[in-house]
Design a protein around this ligand. Structure first.
Ligand code: PEP
Length: 255
């Protein structure tokens, strides 16, 4: 089995490149002994070039979105190929904050294909806004997976990481609730079943991670009992000390 992953989604933070360097260096200097955990930091793409110059073999860089196609008349957009060229290895796609701005599964599907063509590893975010009594959220996640992964070949599917992020548990959601490791486990099992029905044995190589307000206190529980291969941290990743603690807890929990 591949290593567990801890991924930071900095979102639209911090405000300056100096602060970005400080935050990144704060993590980099504490993780030199990490061996069993893969670490990726996804800053705003404007900081990728500066952060790439900070020497560390332990942290890979990622972007938070990438447009489809290589180049062309798409004002304001940045392509997967451009991000790869500048040093990104991963790209978060279909994050709920982008879906809230109108991004559809069909659109995300195009972006996943472009990311794979550009040799970026897509981190596909799926997750429901609310949990209804009739368990309709399972169908929603199923539809997100089927539409976002439509037409992806069995050969390339093992490169894709699925991040289950229940929107109701994300730190910035109004009236948010805590998700439990049992919520994560139940959905991880469900996602594995969908993936294996769709892609066969190759699906077992895909990593499923959990995101939604994970922190240094609950990460051990999610890693041990949540049925996942890693974590995606938003708010906690903006504090170098907390993020490093999560990484070290993951490292200690890995065999
Ligand atoms: C996210 O939105 O991707 C996320 C993990 O955020 P947070 O940890 O702040 O809930």
């Amino acid at each position: 089995m591949s290593k567990k992953m801890i991924i930071a989604n900095w979102k639209m933070n911090p405000l300056t490149s100096k602060e970005a360097e400080k935050l990144f260096t704060g993590v980099a200097k504490e993780v030199s002994t990490i061996k069993k955990t893969e670490i990726a930091i996804c800053p705003p793409s404007i900081y990728l070039d500066i952060l790439k110059k900070i020497r560390t073999s332990k942290i890979k860089l990622g972007a938070q979105d990438a447009f489809y196609g290589d180049m062309g008349a798409f004002t304001g957009e940045v392509s997967a190929q451009m991000l790869y060229n500048i040093g990104a290895k991963y790209v978060i796609l279909g994050h709920s904050e982008r879906r809230a701005q109108g991004e559809t599964n069909v659109f995300i599907n195009k972006k996943i294909k472009s990311a794979l063509d550009a040799s970026l590893i897509p981190i596909l975010c799926v997750g429901e806004n609310i949990r209804d009594e009739n368990h309709g959220y399972f169908n929603l996640v199923k539809m997100q997976l089927e539409e976002c992964l439509s037409g992806i070949s069995k050969n390339s599917v093992s490169k894709i990481i699925i991040a289950y992020e229940p929107v109701w548990a994300i730190s910035t959601t109004v009236n948010r609730k805590d998700a439990t490791s049992a919520d994560s486990l139940e959905m991880a099992i469900f996602i594995r079943k969908i993936l294996s029905d769709k892609f066969g044995p190759e699906a077992s190589k895909m990593r499923i991670i959990y995101g939604g307000s994970v922190n240094e206190k609950d990460c051990a529980d999610f890693l041990k009992n949540g049925g996942v291969d890693g974590l995606l941290a938003g708010r906690a990743s903006l504090d170098a000390k907390k993020f490093v603690e999560i990484i070290k807890i993951c490292e200690a929990s890995s065999k």
